[in-house]
Design a protein around this ligand. Structure first.
Ligand SMILES: [Cu+2]
Length: 262
């Protein structure tokens, strides 16, 4: 009777432990259906970033499921009332080599597979087209606790009376490679647009060029992704992506309004 009770307790413990990986994997399987997965991709390089995520997610999933199953099995197997003494071991050289080599190879694989996406986002600035690093569409300033965007005057100058400055709302053209300069007026901030899969720190004292190409007109969230002070939560901006011709009209109207009299 005591033997049966012990066996049932072992089974129960094992099943409880098994529930952890099963529920864990289940939440990933159902996440999209529950609306907890990624927002849509609205930039030209977004899919490349997501692919990197999926490569790593699969690596982690295989490792997680494998180790959890092994753990569950061990818990069941070795919770038996067993009078044999524990075996002492001084390690196993081959085993240690294997479990060092496999993660190292995986790391090297990750390092190589991310190179293209990284260079696309951080290095492949447009060399022609309306906006380049030398001739950006705008400057974005992060400060405690807001975003400000500056559009240059018609000659491309960012200083002077004809510069347009708008808080929080950033308007950009769709289907156009947009370059902007990111600056901070005080501390570290981070320019994060989830639908673009774009995140770039704003560093005081630096002018960091950033590029993206929005593929779908619409209004999207801009978030500060670096805890920058008590008002960090207030740094919620909006990105308005307009069709190219509408953007040109919008900017022209903004410039005209500078000299409008009531
Ligand atoms: Cu911030």
């Amino acid at each position: 009777m005591a033997g049966l009770k012990h066996f049932l307790l072992r089974v129960l413990t094992t099943l409880l432990l098994l529930a952890v990986p099963v529920l864990g994997v289940w939440t990933f399987v159902k996440a999209e259906e529950w609306g907890l997965w990624f927002p849509p991709i609205v930039s030209s390089y977004g899919a490349g970033i997501d692919n990197l995520f999926y490569v790593i997610l699969w690596m982690v999933t295989v490792t997680f499921v494998g180790t959890e199953l092994l753990l569950v099995w061990f818990v069941f197997r070795y919770s038996k009332r067993d009078p044999t003494r524990a075996v002492y071991t001084h390690g196993n050289h081959t085993l240690e080599l294997v479990w060092t080599a496999i993660p190292a190879l995986l790391m090297i694989f990750v390092a190589f597979s991310q190179m293209e996406a990284w260079s696309d986002v951080k290095l492949n600035f447009p060399e022609e087209g309306p906006y380049t690093v030398e001739k950006p569409l705008m400057e974005v300033y992060a400060s405690q606790f807001d975003w400000r965007v500056r559009y240059p005057d018609a000659q491309g100058n960012f200083q002077g009376a004809d510069v347009i400055e708008v808080p929080y709302d950033i308007t950009v053209p769709a289907d156009t490679k947009v370059v902007f300069r990111l600056k901070s007026r005080d501390v570290l901030h981070s320019f994060f647009v989830p639908v673009f899969r774009l995140k770039q720190d704003a560093v005081p004292g630096m002018e960091i060029p950033v590029w993206f190409e929005a593929t779908q007109p619409g209004d999207y969230d801009l978030i500060c992704a670096e805890l920058c002070g008590w008002g960090h939560y207030k740094m919620a901006g909006r990105i308005h992506v307009l069709p190219k011709d509408e953007f040109d009209t919008w900017l022209a109207a903004k410039r005209a309004a500078l000299y409008a009299t009531e």
